[in-house]
Structures are given as C-alpha cells and as structure tokens.
Design a binder for this molecule. Structure first.
Ligand code: FES
Length: 127
C-alpha cells in the first residue's frame, strides 16, 4: 500500500483544515521537509506505524496496543483497519480517526495526517 502522509503540525502552522479536499495538494505546494510530508510503503502484515518506523520516521506512539491514542492519525483517503481491541470512540472513527499502531491498510492507497493526538477531541484518550 502506498501512503502519502502529512504532519498535523504543518496543518496547524499553515492554518489548513483536516476536512479540506485540497489538503494534500496544498501540502505538495508548500515547502515542507521530508519528515512532514511525503510517501512511504506499507508491506503486507505491517501496521501503518511499523511501516513509518521502518521508513525512518519518528511518529508518535506509546502503548502500541490500541489503548492510548498517542499514535492517532486522520484518514483523508483510503481505509485502515480498526481491530476490536482499541479505545477510539465510534464517533471519532466515523470522522476518520484511526490508530496507526494497530491499523493495517485495507486499500492500495492511503492519505493520512499523523500527529493528530494534539487535536482537542482526542485529549481525553491520551494516557
Ligand atoms: Fe497507544 Fe497506538 S500507541 S493506541
């Protein structure tokens, strides 16, 4: 699975919105560093977080077991699995929030914003 990623810090810095359809196009035109915006590949049987780490990126995480939301990402495109053993509330999942530590790609392409743990709606979930 091919993943285009974007750091939520950049979304905040530029005053962009997560539900902006043009978000990744804007990111492509901004002068962002390779850690903030780019692409990576997820191998079969690899979680999104594992793939990011293998690719040399330091995305946030803590428990690695679906219990804390430090690893949360926002899915702009594609689908990432959500194992039953997780703390992400239904309403946030419906809005596209997923956990990268135990999320496995279900589509060939994904666009994700990582580092969304600082979003206020995720505050209560961070342990
Ligand atoms: Fe804790 Fe993913 S690192 S839920």
């Amino acid at each position: 699975t091919r993943v285009e990623f974007l750091d939520y810090e950049a979304v905040v810095d530029y005053g962009w919105s997560l539900d902006d359809d043009e978000l990744f196009r804007k990111a492509g035109q901004a002068d962002l560093g390779p850690d903030a915006h780019g692409r990576l590949l997820v191998h079969p049987d690899e979680s999104l977080l594992e793939a990011a780490e293998r690719s040399g990126f330091a995305w946030p995480f803590s428990c690695r077991g679906g219990a804390c939301a430090n690893c949360a990402v926002y899915l702009a495109e594609g689908e990432l699995s959500q194992p039953t053993d997780h703390i992400m509330p239904e309403d946030l999942a419906e809005r596209g929030f997923r956990l990268s530590c135990n999320g496995y790609p279900l589509t060939d392409e994904l666009s994700v914003v990582f580092n969304v743990k600082q979003r206020p709606e995720l505050d209560d979930l961070i342990l």
